[in-house]
Design a protein around this ligand. Sequence first.
Ligand code: FES
Length: 163
Amino acid sequence: MLFTEREKLQEDVELWLKDLGRDRGALLPVLQKIDRKHGHISDYSMQLVAEQLNIFPSEVYSVVSFFRFLYREPHGKFIVRLCRTISCDLAGKDKVAHQLQTELGIMFGETTDDNMFTLEWTNCTGMCDQGPAMLVNDHVITKVTPERIKEILDLCKDTIDGC
Ligand code: FES
């Protein structure tokens, strides 16, 4: 991580903690903010958060490694998660998965070269009666068809700050 990136990260964390407070309750929200803005949670980020909250780095690490939605490695700006659980499977998730891979040119578990999209599987999101369901970052999209994939991805590209 470049020095200026570290400075920016430190500035962001200090600013966020002014709102969140400096106790353990701030740990998860500040990690989510780091992940979202900086694209992942680096070792340096974990050290910084530990220092700022006056807790052990191992405590920060355990939270980051426990939550699947927190990333230690860089990921795309948009994380597309397609449900692979039974109701969505029966509703046609395989065709949607194939179309996602075709449109993005990547396989599940990969990130596009321009760092725009990461494609992942997820388990049931609770939208079983409206499958196939997927998440794009925090947004739930239901009744997804292969025909809708291009439109959904284009919408993401058009709204760089989140779709
Ligand atoms: S099985 Fe896909 S949302 Fe529940």
